[in-house]
Design a protein around this ligand. Structure first.
Ligand SMILES: NC(=O)CC[C@H](N)C(=O)O
Length: 186
């Protein structure tokens, strides 16, 4: 059984833990002091990216994530997690630059603008104060799914990012989260 680490300091990590458990993975909580090297995969969940970023920096978790990424094992960032993995740059959140994309936080506005949509590839995507990918380097970054022709799920080498919350959807076998986890960690 594959052991997948989920960063749990803040945000929706417990929902990934639940979904992973129900879909036959061994989810394990990750904090700054946890050793990452034994993991088969790692998830950076949605939440508040500025809080998560400060936690990572203050506790050396950013360096651990960079080292883990260099092992070429799969890392998934959802929403705030995607912001952390990208090259986003502001004073508060600089981003780890592990995927060749920029991102705009809270692009679609406030919580009231959050929505569930059908993606261009027929998947269900739940957006919560979602960011938007921009400047996607299409020669190196693959677009796995899009909405209104805008990328919402991208991949570069072992780094996967969604601007939506796949862990919030239904857990049937055809749902995006099972496709992501099974494709991701096979
Ligand atoms: N659902 C989410 O993860 C929202 C991300 C959040 N707006 C941020 O910038 O951190």
């Amino acid at each position: 059984m594959k052991t997948i680490g989920v960063i749990l300091y803040q945000g929706a990590g417990h929902l990934h833990m639940d979904a992973l458990g129900k879909l036959g993975f061994n989810p394990t909580p990750i904090y700054a002091e946890t050793n990452l090297t034994q993991l088969d995969g790692l998830i950076l969940p949605g939440g508040e990216s500025s809080v998560q970023y400060a936690y990572c920096l203050n506790n050396g978790l950013d360096e651990k994530i960079r080292k883990y990424a260099s092992l070429k094992k799969p890392i998934l960032g959802t929403c705030a997690g995607a912001i952390l993995l990208s090259k986003y740059s502001s004073e508060k959140v600089k981003g780890f630059g592990l995927i060749d994309v920029n991102i705009i936080r809270n692009f679609y506005g406030r919580q009231i603008k959050s929505a569930t949509v059908r993606t261009d590839y027929g998947n269900e995507a739940i957006f919560i104060r979602a960011p938007k990918f921009i400047n996607v380097n299409l020669s190196d970054v693959e677009v796995i799914d899009s909405y209104a022709k805008q990328p919402i799920f991208i991949k570069q080498n072992n780094i996967y990012c969604t601007t939506f919350h796949p862990e919030l959807g239904r857990l049937d076998q055809n749902n995006i989260i099972s496709k992501i986890y099974s494709g991701f960690y096979n």
